[in-house]
Design a protein around this ligand. Structure first.
Ligand code: FEO
Ligand code: CA
Ligand code: CA
Ligand code: CA
Length: 579
């Protein structure tokens, strides 16, 4: 084995070929079990899925649509079990005309259908267990199973909580709030909670907002008067002419304690309000908690948060407050390979009354504008940002930016009309994540390997190149696993690629998985032993229709539409995924 590691490295799996078809494919010697599909019951006695019978009441008891982030937290809490735990999954958005027979598009739903649609959003928590035969199963009578929806009771915490700009009919104090939606990526904290990112929330709103006092903020967020979905037609909460402050209740990182199904999820305002892809937490050498997060829009920014208090391994109650106090920073890159984190602190520099801020809460509510004023570097759509637990470096997935011009090219965003994205590696000086100065390097520049401007390891195969990095995770050896969203522009399926990040095989990416046509690949997450790999297949069959889907994955039943699902991948006969 030592010899083969020397020859092939730690990722010796047989590479999968590029391709595009109706099926999910994984590298030879691996198997993919469909663990949970849209509509699968999450509770004993919950109704079975039937696309012609779907209703809000049924959907609230079933797995939601368009699974994105996937987190696995071992049971019992604090253990590192790899065969028993809680699976927590985001349901980012829907496309009703792909989901139900005869359904109109998402902006044409009647009130009942809009409510049904709403309940397919949010998150699912479900206990799962690996049986002796190696198959995983849902535990339907588990006390932990939970659906979190856009109507779940939640609370704002931190500096923006109680800000008068947040007051609405549902939130007399600016502290109470309801629900979460547009949940893209996320992270699992060392204290066993889930962070979920509210991303493209503008899509859910409609109505005139010129009397809101928030025009600049809302325009920057992409809000329009047009009703792009149906919730804003039927429910005042999403009609900005009726509830002008509601958009300020979203765009946050929400912390959920999956071990307490009665717990009220918390919107952690100290992490700022923008289109959060996700957030990932790392414990710094001095015990402070550092969270990294990207704002996924063209020319938006990269952020980090450093907690005021320190992590206490034996005091979970205290850790549950860590994301309420601390300092948020935005990133400014220099072309010489250095970078600086600029603190977003009310009263410092341009973040003053003169510029329209009257509290730290205001700075966080207008985070994008505050970062503009500080001179943060506009990026090519920052998606997942995660710390490699083995080498302590930070990896940033930048997915694309069609609007970058020649003049706007810079070190970390080196291409104009960037179609395929790139991956940056950030290194804290002396390994200290709380410092303001880091260095950065380009890990790879994605796109067809022979295209001008791409950059990979010179030994990359015909199938090793990728496009549009989006989500990522690390196995227990610190190898980087990259999930993509957009590779179909090159007539190949999205999927998963893996590479080492140190030594002679650094950035030598290999394809491991292909999604079915239309789908992007989200989630990816390993159990602690790296022997089980959870992958979320989002929007299979996209750009086709319910009547004539381009795939009916995973059921291939003529009465079933394609169904977004989480699969779990294992090595045939067992062993580390990637070996
Ligand atoms: Fe929901 Fe950033 O992709
Ligand atoms: Ca994403
Ligand atoms: Ca991730
Ligand atoms: Ca994406």
């Amino acid at each position: 084995a030592a010899e083969s590691v020397a020859e092939q490295g730690t990722l010796s799996f047989t590479e999968l070929a590029h391709g595009l078809d109706k099926h999910l494919a994984v590298a030879q010697g691996y198997q993919a079990q469909v663990l949970v599909r849209w509509g699968d019951p999450l509770f004993s006695g919950a109704p079975e899925f039937d696309p012609s019978q779907q209703s809000a009441e049924r959907q609230m008891q079933q797995f939601g649509y368009n699974n994105d982030f996937v987190g696995f937290v071992s049971l019992p809490l604090g253990s590192d079990n790899s065969d028993h735990g809680l699976l927590v999954v985001n349901h980012e958005y829907t496309r009703p005309s792909m989901m139900y027979p005869g359904s109109p598009e998402r902006n044409q739903l009647d009130k009942d259908m809009a409510l049904n649609d709403m309940m397919a959003h949010g998150l699912s928590v479900v206990e799962i267990e690996k049986r002796p035969d190696g198959q995983w199963q849902l535990i339907l009578d588990s006390e932990y199973n939970r659906r979190i929806t856009p109507q779940t009771e939640m609370q704002m915490t931190g500096p923006a909580a109680g800000n008068s700009r947040l007051i609405t009919a549902d939130s007399a104090d600016g502290v109470r709030t309801l629900g979460t939606y547009g949940n893209c990526a996320g992270g699992v904290t060392p204290w066993g909670t889930i962070l979920t990112g509210e991303e493209n929330v503008d899509f859910f709103f409609g109505g005139d907002f010129k009397d809101s006092g928030e025009q600049e903020n809302y325009q920057r967020f992409g809000m329009t008067e047009k009703h792009r979905g149906s919730w804003s037609r039927h429910f005042n909460r999403w009609d900005m002419s009726q509830t002008p402050a509601e958009p300020l209740h979203v765009g946050w990182i929400v912390e959920i304690d999956p071990f307490d199904p009665q717990s009220v999820p918390k919107k952690r305002t100290v992490l700022g309000r923008y289109k959060h892809e996700g957030a990932n937490v790392f414990i710094n050498t001095d015990g402070h908690v550092v969270a990294y997060s990207g704002d996924d829009e063209q020319f938006e920014y990269l952020y980090k948060f450093v907690s005021k208090n320190i992590y206490q391994p034996d005091n979970r109650m205290a850790n549950l407050q860590l994301l309420d106090e601390g300092t948020l920073y935005c990133a400014r890159f220099s072309d010489d390979g250095t970078m600086q984190w600029l603190p977003l602190i009310f009263g410092q520099g341009p973040l003053s009354e003169e510029n329209g801020f009257s509290s730290q809460g205001d700075v966080l509510l207008d985070c994008r504008r505050a970062a503009d004023l500080l001179g943060a570097t506009p990026m090519d759509r920052p998606e997942d940002v995660e710390v490699n637990p083995v080498n302590g470096k930070v990896y940033v997935m930048l997915t694309n930016n069609s609007r970058r011009s020649e003049e706007q090219r810079d070190g970390p965003n080196p291409r104009a009309k960037n179609r395929a994205g790139q991956i940056l590696e950030l290194s804290p000086v002396d390994g200290d994540h709380s410092k303001e100065h880091f260095t950065w390097e380009m890990l790879l520049i994605a796109g067809p390997k022979d295209e001008q401007g791409t950059r990979y390891h010179p030994d990359i195969s015909e199938n090793g190149w990728l496009a549009n990095p989006d989500n990522c995770t690390f196995d227990k050896l610190g190898n980087l696993w990259i999930a993509t969203d957009g590779a179909e522009q090159y007539q190949m399926a999205d999927g998963v690629w893996a590479c080492e990040v140190e030594g002679e095989r650094r950035a030598l990416t290999k394809r491991f998985l292909r999604t079915p046509v239309g789908a992007e690949l989200c989630g990816p997450f390993f159990t602690p032993d790296s022997e089980n790999f959870f992958c979320a297949v989002q929007h299979p069959g996209d750009k086709s229709s319910f009547e004539q889907p381009s795939t009916r994955w995973p059921d291939f039943d003529p009465d079933m539409p394609p169904r977004p699902s989480v699969v779990v991948i294992t090595k045939t006969g067992g062993g580390r995924v990637g070996s």
